[in-house]
Ligand binder design. Structure first.
Ligand SMILES: Cc1cc2nc3c(=O)[nH]c(=O)nc-3n(C[C@H](O)[C@H](O)[C@H](O)COP(=O)(O)O)c2cc1C
Length: 207
């Protein structure tokens, strides 16, 4: 598809077919289909920079990121297992399985929503900005040739896990963002929603 410029004189934002194509083919890659070594620190830094280039009402930067690779992921795995037993009275066997949650991909970035209560910006908007940061990181990873997936699950809501990661009580885990190299072959795709089914064009008729 060829994208036409909105203005003939436009220089800051020249149309970029490639970016649109990338958005339209972006998809999550299951962590079991990710391979080591994953993005190195230079690439992770680029992914983080893209994550921070998001709309942010009030310029609060209501998010922060914790990068875990190597043994640091295992430390989180231990906290997940311990918290699971403590909070859910889960058996050690199940907890042991969950220990592997943090090590399922070479690189894990924990995206933390840290809204400010000092500013008159609704909490919801600050949390939306965290979601945008997560999505930007997925897009950046795709652009840089890496596989990525955004997961949450039980661990992201566990008080023990949040404490272990040093979150304050005002902070929440917006996502466990996993990154790795692609395995051979194309990652599976899923049917995508039909824009027409989720869009109303024009003002809703009033009864
Ligand atoms: C906030 C958030 C949390 C998610 N948590 C999970 C999860 O815990 N487990 C899961 O299988 N998918 C989860 N997903 C969905 C995947 O990230 C992904 O969207 C899904 O696998 C479909 O892939 P796609 O990105 O190609 O559409 C989550 C998505 C969002 C936005």
């Amino acid at each position: 598809m060829s994208v036409k410029p909105s203005s003939a004189k436009q220089t800051f934002n020249p149309p970029c077919d490639h970016t649109y194509d990338l958005l339209m083919r972006r998809r999550s890659v299951k962590t079991r289909d990710m391979r080591a070594p994953g993005p190195d620190d230079t690439v992770v830094t680029k992914i983080l920079a893209a994550g921070m280039r998001v709309p942010d009402h009030g310029k609060i930067a209501p998010w922060r990121f914790i990068v875990l690779r190597g043994d640091d992921r295992a430390k989180l795995g231990d906290v997940i297992a311990t918290s699971l037993v403590a909070e859910n009275e889960t058996s050690e066997k199940i907890a042991d399985k969950m220990r592997g949650y943090a090590t399922q991909a070479p690189v894990l970035i924990v995206a933390v929503s840290c809204p400010s209560g000092d500013r008159p910006i609704p909490l919801w908007e600050q949390e939306l900005s965290s979601g945008a940061a997560c999505q930007n990181m997925l897009i950046a990873a795709t652009a840089l040739g890496f596989a990525s997936q955004w997961l949450t699950g039980w661990a992201s809501y566990s008080p023990g896990v949040c404490r272990g990661l040093g979150l304050t009580t005002d902070e929440k885990i917006a996502g466990f963002m996993f990154f790795g190299n692609h395995a051979d072959g194309e990652p599976t795709e899923r049917p995508r929603p039909d824009p027409a089914a989720h869009t109303r064009w024009g003002y809703p008729d009033s009864e």
